[in-house]
Write a protein that binds this ligand. Structure first.
Ligand code: GLY
Length: 347
């Protein structure tokens, strides 16, 4: 078992172990005196893992209830949030009980926000079952739902009380969902760790599972350091958004349908590196991204993407912050006007 201690205002541990979900009851019983838990998941993860999680919780003496909603980004909305509140009420969840998010990023984000706001804050545990959720969204305390005005526009910082990563769950991911997470892994290598980048570029989607625990550990540990320095996203944490300004624009242009977040981030990283870093680095990044079946650019004209960039949350009063890696393992935050950004990307 690998452990990472995250020293945020409210500190917690991330546990990484193959098969960990079968012991989740034991791990969770160590961080709470309550024996009442509400598990929230989606219809896909429910079929794969819910019984195992409930069995483990019950073996450790928990009284449990569960709620499942349809999978996909469309569920990260006010309507489903309302249903989760109703479920927590019906389950008699009090402030000393535990809410558990079992699933990918959508489940973690909406459950985390429900836990942050229900009764003004209930402890919650993340059991992320996708690579993207394990290495990014389950750690760091960002919780949110989407509204008509945009993605993740309503949310709260609410750190989990525990994160349980079972890398065996990643074996059931489709190639597309695995690649979705690999884009974020490439990002961590690019911004902070050349040896992680080398690990990724020397493997393929077929054999990356052999080094998955090491990969998950390295990515989460990079995120831990950044989040400990800047828990509330006022400065350094922004480097986690390498590739995301254009990535979010691409996701938005595709209407958040079958174009994944990772596809956007991969294309966004390659496009900004192509424009602003040296050709050899851009080529190395492009090859790595291609290995995992991810896009390295887009045919969509920049004039169509820019309106989506300026809707991005990272835009503040007429400016856009983008991240650039001039060498592998280092990242800088650059703030420019929207006009300057469009000149850079169109030029
Ligand atoms: N996913 C970016 C962050 O947690 O700041």
């Amino acid at each position: 078992m690998k452990y990472i201690n995250v020293r945020t205002k409210s500190p917690y541990q991330v546990l990484i172990e193959r098969g960990a979900i079968d012991d989740c009851g034991k791990f969770i019983s160590e961080i709470t005196s309550s024996r009442k838990a509400a598990v929230i998941t989606d219809d896909i993860v429910e079929k794969l893992y819910l019984d195992r999680v409930l069995t483990s919780l019950r073996c450790s003496g928990f009284y449990c209830s569960s709620y499942s909603f349809p999978h996909g980004e469309n569920s990260k909305c006010l309507d489903v949030l309302g249903k989760i509140y109703d479920f927590l009420c019906e389950s008699n969840i009090t402030r000393s009980d535990i809410v558990i998010a079992l699933g990918g990023g959508v489940v973690g984000d909406i459950t985390g926000f429900a836990a942050a706001s229900f009764l003004r804050g209930v402890d919650f545990v993340q059991i992320p079952t996708t690579l993207l959720a394990q290495i990014d969204s389950s750690v760091g305390g960002k919780t949110a739902i989407d509204i008509k005005g945009g993605k993740n526009l309503v949310g709260a910082f609410h750190q989990p009380a525990l994160v349980i990563c079972d890398s065996d769950t990643l074996k059931t991911l489709t190639p597309k969902i695995l690649s979705d997470g690999m884009a974020e892994a490439v990002k961590y290598g690019m911004i902070r760790d050349e040896s992680l980048f080398e690990l990724i570029e020397s493997h393929t989607p077929d054999n990356i599972h052999e080094v998955m625990d090491e990969l998950v550990y390295s990515c989460i540990d990079i995120k831990r350091i950044i989040v400990e320095h800047d828990e509330f996203d006022k400065g350094e944490r922004m480097i986690l958004n390498f590739g995301h300004t254009l990535g979010h624009a691409l996701e938005g242009w595709h209407n958040y349908t079958d174009f994944t977040h990772g596809m956007g981030v991969a294309a966004g990283m390659c496009m900004i590196t192509d424009r602003l870093a040296d050709a050899a680095l851009a080529e190395r990044l492009r090859k790595c991204v291609e290995r995992y079946g991810l896009p390295t650019g887009t045919d969509i004209p920049m004039s169509e993407l820019l309106p989506y960039c300026s809707k991005d949350k990272k835009r503040t009063s007429g400016s856009i912050s983008y991240i650039i890696c001039k060498t592998i393992g280092t990242a800088d935050i650059v703030k420019v006007s929207v006009e300057e950004f469009s000149r850079l990307m169109e030029g």
